[in-house]
Design a protein around this ligand. Structure first.
Ligand SMILES: [Zn+2]
Ligand SMILES: [Zn+2]
Length: 125
């Protein structure tokens, strides 16, 4: 690119491969970004980010929910089967020992039903 006779080197991103956090494969085209964000009010006693050291993302995936579910499984997280894999997922700490992270889209009104993500991949195939 040239601007007023001055050559400006733009950053070429074409050959920087974006890899799927679920399967490790290169993503062609636009990746599907998923973030883990808490909806808890700021005055809540302890932030989940402080207590858990969770990386909220965004994480990038192939546009297939099974890749996101596979990624959850490798992290030991559970997924609420009343929700869908969406761009923003809510973290829910489960009262288990050791405690586990559950992810839910937070849209449904009834109780969460957290299950192993692998069981959902099997169900949907
Ligand atoms: Zn993938
Ligand atoms: Zn739920």
């Amino acid at each position: 690119m040239e601007l007023y006779g001055v050559r400006i080197n733009t950053i070429v991103t074409d050959n920087v491969a974006v890899r799927c956090a679920g399967c490790g494969g290169v993503i062609e085209g636009r990746p599907w970004r998923v973030s883990i964000l808490d909806a808890v009010a700021p005055e809540a006693p302890v932030s989940w980010t402080e207590s858990a050291g969770l990386n909220p993302g965004p994480f990038e995936f192939h546009s297939d929910p099974s890749h996101v579910l596979a990624w959850m499984a490798t992290r030991g997280a559970l997924f609420c089967r009343r929700s869908q894999v969406r761009e923003i997922l809510r973290p829910v700490w489960l009262p288990t020992e050791p405690r586990r992270l559950g992810l839910c889209d937070g849209i449904h009104r009834d109780n969460h039903e957290f299950v192993e993500p692998a069981t959902l991949v099997a169900d949907r195939s």
